[in-house]
Design a protein around this ligand. Structure first.
Ligand SMILES: Cc1ncc(C[n+]2csc(CCOP(=O)(O)OP(=O)(O)O)c2C)c(N)n1
Ligand SMILES: [Mg+2]
Length: 353
């Protein structure tokens, strides 16, 4: 095989498969680590959505010297981080708040950045990264750089003011930005129908004067094609673009959420559209890989995750007294007035008469 209809060679298709397996395996390993007490914060699965993050990231220019396209992920876009060069060991360190991790335990999960690998950590209030990425990509346009940005956001995030403000700014400034809407049908326990009157988020695009496509988010090559088209339009001066990924959040918002507000039959129906199973079947059907090659990739990724997790588990948590370093100026924070020996006096001293 030289190139298939998607313009991808065998090695690239194997890379995509590997990224899907890595996402699934690393997240499964995290679940085990959480049961063992090593992960104490929230744990967010992208089960059923892996093809969205992987297909989208694979469509971008990925560099490790700070010159590539720029990515703003969400908690469900770990696959994109891996493709952008995030090391599995750092992923585990981050979830386990290790002193050796990218934020030295100050922040959790995907809240970290790497300017060389060109990804930002999300700012927690939903929607805000659209404005941030409008700024990042406006700078690309003003400097005449042929780079684009990609920001992921869920269906629920679209109901925030920051989302509208950021998208409006990006659209008006014709920023080379691709907004990927992860339409997984729930925002925590809120179904999409309680968040918006539209069936598809692409219906919102004309209001901002931008182009949009909607695509089956469980089909990694369909996602890749749509995001590649959108990125090409943005790179060529076509301004901000939207790509909606249609799929389903097959787990609760986080591991602590039993998802008992969703009909189990619906979850079971979406299991049949598992992105990894679908791509594996397609690889074999088109003879893009042999069963032995896929098995070897599965095993290699499993070993990589096990070893990365073992490394991170053995590493220390940050020292307590160090915890405020790099958080507050001079490494110490003033006591909040509520914890002062005389709270009323402290409050009066702070806000004045
Ligand atoms: C402005 C704001 N409100 C609430 C939250 C808490 N919160 C974090 S994720 C989330 C659900 C987001 O749903 P969605 O955007 O659909 O993404 P998904 O979790 O489905 O991937 C909520 C309510 C927040 N981070 N920011
Ligand atoms: Mg959602």
């Amino acid at each position: 095989m030289t190139r298939d209809a998607h313009g991808l060679g065998r090695a690239e298709l194997h890379q995509i498969y590997r990224a899907l397996v890595l996402t699934r395996t690393a997240e499964e390993r995290l679940e085990t680590l959480q049961k063992q007490g090593h992960v104490t914060g929230g744990l967010y699965r992208s089960l059923g959505q892996e093809a969205g993050a992987v297909g989208a990231a694979f469509a971008l220019r990925r560099r490790t010297d700070g010159t590539g396209d720029f990515l703003a992920p969400t908690i469900r876009a770990a696959g994109a981080l891996f493709l952008f060069g995030a090391e599995p060991v750092d992923f585990f360190r981050q979830y386990m708040a290790r002193d050796t991790g990218p934020t030295r335990g100050r922040e959790a999960n995907v809240h970290w950045f790497d300017f060389d690998r060109c990804f930002l950590g999300p700012v927690s209030p939903l929607g805000t990264m659209l404005g941030v990425m409008a700024g990042v990509t406006l700078s690309f346009r003003m400097r005449g750089e042929e780079r684009v940005g990609l920001v992921f956001y869920g269906d629920g995030a679209s109901s925030t003011g920051a989302w509208h403000e950021g998208l409006s700014l990006a659209a008006v400034q014709r920023c080379p930005l691709v907004l990927v809407v992860e339409h997984n049908q729930y925002a925590f326990s809120t179904p999409t129908a309680c968040n918006t009157r539209v069936e598809s988020f692409t219906e919102k695009a004309p209001g901002y004067g931008i182009e949009a496509e909607s695509v089956d988010g469980t089909d990694v090559l369909a996602v890749f094609d749509a995001v590649r088209r959108a990125a090409a339009r943005a790179r060529a001066g076509g301004g901000t673009q939207m790509v909606e990924l249609r799929y389903f959040r097959r787990r609760g918002h986080a591991q602590h959420d039993p998802q008992d507000y969703v009909d189990p039959a619906l979850i079971a129906a979406w299991e049949k559209k598992d992105p990894l199973d679908r791509f594996r079947a397609r690889m074999l059907e088109h003879e893009w890989a042999t069963p032995d090659e896929l098995r070897a990739l599965d095993e290699e990724v499993f070993r990589q995750c096990r070893s990365a997790a073992e490394t991170a588990v053995a590493e220390p948590l940050p020292d307590g007294p160090d915890a405020l370093l790099d958080v507050y100026r001079d490494g110490h924070a003033p006591l909040p007035w509520t914890r002062a020996p005389d709270p009323a006096a402290a409050l009066a001293g702070q806000v004045g008469p």
